[in-house]
Ligand binder design. Sequence first.
Ligand SMILES: [Mn+2]
Length: 316
Amino acid sequence: MKNKINILKEKIQNAKNIAISGHKNLDGDALGSALALAKIIELNFDKKVSVIYDGNIPKDLRYIPLRDEACYYKNIPEGSKFDLYILVDYGTKIHLGGVEDFVKNSDFIIEFDHHYNDDVYGDLCFDDVNKAATAQIIFDVVRKAKFKIDKDIIDLLMLAIITDTGNFKFVRNSDVFIDAAQLVDMGADVSNIVNLLNNKDKKTVLVESLAAANAEFHMNGRLVMATISGKDYKKLDGRGELVLDILAKIHGVEFVVLLKEHLENQIGISFRSKTIPVNEIAESFGGGGHLFAAGAVIMDTLENVHKKVLNSFRGL
Ligand SMILES: [Mn+2]
C-alpha cells in the first residue's frame, strides 16, 4: 500500500493535466468520490483537475458540494489528452460511456473501485470489493498518505457512503461505520447531507408514487410489479428507486419488479428481493447485478416482457 501511495503521489506530482471520471449516469458514490478526489488533489498538490461525466446527474445530487465542477464530456474538446486519468467507482469498461475515448488517450490510469471487475483499466489499482463505497477506499488513502482534507471533502465522502449503502442498509462489515464515525468526528453533518438529497423534481416523485399506486400483486402478494410507460419514463430521474422502496415496505412482499419503457421496444427491468436472490433471473434476461438487487434491458414490447418476467418467477 505504501509503495502504491508513493506511485500515486509521484504520478499526480508529475502530471500536467489530470481528469477524473466515474461510471455513466453517476450516483452519489461515483460523483461524491470524483469531486472529493479532485479537491484532495487541488488541496495537496495545488493542481486543478477536470471531473468529467457521461449521462445524467440525478436531481437529488444537484446541490451537493462542488457539483458545478463536474463537466459533461461533450463540453470537453474531442481528442483532449490527459497525462493522468483517474477512474472512480466505474464498475467495468462498458460503464464508462462517452469518457472512454479520453481514458484510452491518456498516458497513465489510476483506479479506485469497489466493484467486481476482471478486466481492469488501471495501471495502478486501489480496488477493494469489501468496501461498501468507493469513497471509503479514497478515505483510506487520505489517511495513509496523510493528505489534507476540508469540509467539502468530508461531506462528499460521507454523502457517497450514505447513498451507496442506501442509508446504511447494505452494510457487509463494520468498516463503513468506523469510516462514517471518523467523518462525523471530523465535522460531517449527516442530517444536512440527508436533507440535501431530498431534492427530486415534483414530477418525478409524482410519477414514481403513481407507478407504486398502480402496481399489480401476484403470488399471493409475494410479488409486486410496477410499470412506468414511455411517456412517464421521461419524467423519471434515475432508476425509479422510490417505486421499489415504497413497494418493498409492504408486509408480505418479497419481490419487487419495476418495468420501465425506455423506448417502444426496449424495456428496462429492476428486480429487488427481500428473501431469495434475483440475480439469476436478471441474468436469464441478459442482465445482472447483486444478489438482491439486479436489472436487465430487453428489446421487446412491454406486454411481452411483462409476461416473460411473470413466468420467470414461477416456482419461487
Ligand atoms: Mn459505488
